[in-house]
Write a protein that binds this ligand. Structure first.
Ligand code: NAD
Length: 358
């Protein structure tokens, strides 16, 4: 069995991707998981109900910018690997209030690297040889593509939003800790994730929830921005493979091979909702409206995944059509999960238009 006797720190494990990663490791491997999460607005321990009593799972409420707190956890659990998913992750929030992105994505990653290195240097030579620090990043660090071409692992960084700039910065820190201090790091850059348990501020759950309420479906600009969509469970599987077999010092692009315009995504959601939960007012496509574009909105992201395919044998298993249908069905069947978030104060209001950041 994979990861027998291995303890993995998963930071940001109460978030969307982190919780999928934890569910994957608990179900498909023998790894012991320590979920390290500060529990920001984006966290939800209800995404991990099946893990709570699992004998190989433990939760620690901890900020990754707090060095002494991290040091205590490293001394207590003595992990064999770290997967860093903790981040502020929403581009629109980064436009209005970038400070938290700098604090967690840059200072937090720096602090985590420092404490990981301190721990790494206490390990035996055998443990050191197998130790890994896997940093999870985004394709947004590469900037925007025109109508043609794909991001590869050698595409120069050109981030355009405060979010992507903070992630790019953290990627550089991770690289430097490998080159300078020989911490065995790897970086992955993935495309837009979607699937169950995603916080309702992101495009797909936002549109599903608005559509279910027969509320307007606000599409930024003219809806022609293109994203590549990666089903979150495919991503979790890729991360476990990179951790297990990836080459230290390398970066791997992970994508879903599913380019879609934002408008096409919203139209498909409308059609799925019409099938699953017919509304009283005709097709939900009538609810689509076009609103002021996001400042600095990148036109197109698309990912060349041939390296991870060739070197680690990973390919996405989910088509966008099937993954989206599963996702829409999940939000229809799990209304308590997202209603609790709305009842907790999340407003669904438009943000990300401030011209002067807080
Ligand atoms: P998310 O916002 O759903 O979850 C982030 C988690 O990190 C939350 O549980 C939050 O409480 C935790 N966190 C935030 N600040 C923290 C801190 N200072 N200390 C400890 N925990 C903290 O994010 P996600 O969508 O699951 O993304 C996870 C990672 O993947 C992020 O690094 C993000 O940049 C990256 N990523 C996400 C996508 C995507 O489409 N969602 C795409 C590419 C890359």
């Amino acid at each position: 069995m994979r990861f027998t006797g291995i303890t993995i720190f998963v930071t940001g494990g109460a978030g969307f991707i982190g919780s999928a990663v934890i569910r994957h490791f608990l179900a498909d491997t023998e790894a012991h998981i320590v979920n390290i999460d500060k529990l920001t607005y984006a966290a939800n321990l209800a995404s991990l109900l099946g893990a709570t009593d699992h004998p190989r799972y433990v939760f620690e409420r901890q900020c990754i910018s707090d060095g002494p707190g991290l040091q205590r956890l490293f001394e207590q659990y003595r992990p064999d690997a770290v997967i860093n998913l903790a981040a502020e992750s929403h581009v629109d929030r980064s436009i209005d209030a970038p400070a938290g992105f700098i604090e967690t994505n840059i200072v937090g990653t720096f602090t985590l690297l420092q404490e990981t290195l301190r721990h790494y240097r206490t390990l035996s030579p055998t443990k050191r040889a197998n130790f890994r620090f896997l940093h999870v990043s985004t394709d947004e660090v590469f900037g925007s593509l025109g109508p043609e071409g794909l991001f590869s692992e050698t595409t120069p960084y050109a981030p355009n939003s405060p979010y992507s700039a903070s992630k790019a910065s953290s990627d550089h820190l991770v690289r430097a800790w490998r080159e300078t201090y020989e911490l065995p790091t790897l970086v992955t850059n993935c495309s837009n994730n979607y699937g169950p348990y995603q916080f309702p501020e992101k495009l797909i759950p936002h549109m599903i929830i608005c559509g279910l309420a027969n509320d307007p479906l606000p599409v930024y600009g003219n809806g022609s921005n293109v994203r590549d969509w990666l089903f979150v469970e495919d991503h979790a599987r890729a991360l476990s493979l990179v951790l297990e077999r990836g080459k230290v010092g390398e970066t791997y692009n992970i994508g879903g091979r599913s380019e879609q315009t934002n408008l096409a995504v919203v139209q498909q959601i409308c059609d799925l909702l019409d099938d699953i939960a017919a509304g009283s007012t005709g097709t939900r496509r009538n609810l689509i409206s076009f609103v002021k574009d996001r400042p600095g909105h990148d036109l197109r992201y698309a990912i060349d995944t041939s390296k991870i395919d060739r070197e680690l044998g990973w390919r996405p298993l989910e088509t966008f059509e099937c993954g989206l249908a599963k996702t829409v069905r999940w939000y229809c069947d799990n209304r308590t999960w997202w209603r609790d978030i709305l009842d907790g104060g999340y407003q669904r209001a438009r943000i990300g238009l401030k011209t002067t950041p807080e």
